[in-house]
Design a protein around this ligand. Structure first.
Ligand SMILES: [Zn+2]
Length: 78
């Protein structure tokens, strides 16, 4: 007899369709510029690496994000 636990698949309706773009820990402004934009909530630091980068996130202090993001964009020609 096969019985699948219904609660496992019904716990989060529509979860499969949720995009990372709507992750509350992503800065939409920076993400719109092509950055990873993952925010380290405890500190407010943000990853300014290219969106979809394969390395671990590299968090920069919130106060330096704008400058570093501009420099990175200029250097890597996003
Ligand atoms: Zn990242």
């Amino acid at each position: 007899m096969e019985t699948y636990p219904k609660s496992a698949s019904d716990s989060a309706p529509g979860a499969d369709n949720v995009s990372e773009v709507h992750n509350p820990s992503v800065d939409e402004g920076a993400a719109g510029q092509g950055a990873c934009a993952q925010v380290h909530l405890p500190t407010g630091a943000m990853c300014i690496m290219r969106h979809g980068h394969e390395e671990s996130c590299e968090f920069s202090p919130a106060g330096q994000v704008d400058i570093l993001l501009a420099e990175r964009k200029a250097a890597e020609d996003w």
